[in-house]
Write a new protein. Structure first.
Length: 158
């Protein structure tokens, strides 16, 4: 597990790009999340302590960014855009199909810890609607058959 001292060294390396410590809140959250899988309350407190922000300020940022996870997620994270553009092109069907195929409810983790399916208000991929991210990789336009094949592959079922 990453220690406060290691996180402090990591933030020091970010100093040229983030001269104000508060500007390093998001990179600090990303570093802890990369190590722990999600940002729990202890991690929020650590980031606050190291950047001089209040835990409330860090929490506000953590809940604003859709790529910061405040709860445990699966080894693979599928985010399906449900913005207006993607919704008009079938995102609602994709979300329902993802739940059915993966046998997991939105925001939950499959029983084997393999996958989390999350809605995302906007991925900035309107030109590829309906769009999704899988482990940070952009997909789209996406249809139900391609999504189901991807989910089966990720879960090791085909």
């Amino acid at each position: 597990m990453i220690t406060l001292q290691e996180l402090e060294r990591h933030l020091a390396q970010l100093a040229p790009d983030h001269p104000e410590r508060r500007a390093a809140v998001v990179p600090a959250m990303q570093a802890l999340q990369a190590e722990r899988g999600h940002l729990d309350d202890a991690a929020v407190a650590e980031v606050a302590q190291l950047t001089g922000q209040s835990t409330t300020e860090v929490e506000e940022l953590a809940t604003f960014y859709s790529l910061i996870y405040r709860r445990p997620v699966g080894r693979h994270v599928l985010q399906i855009c449900d913005s207006a553009c993607c919704s008009m092109r079938g995102a609602d069907r994709l979300l329902a199909s993802a739940e059915k195929t993966s046998d997991v409810s939105m925001g939950e983790v499959t029983s084997d810890g393999t996958l989390s399916v999350l809605p995302s208000i906007c991925l900035g991929l309107c030109d590829r609607a309906p769009a999704a991210l899988i482990d940070g990789e952009a997909l789209g336009p996406l249809d139900e058959a391609a999504l189901e094949a991807l989910l089966r592959r990720l879960r090791g079922k085909g």
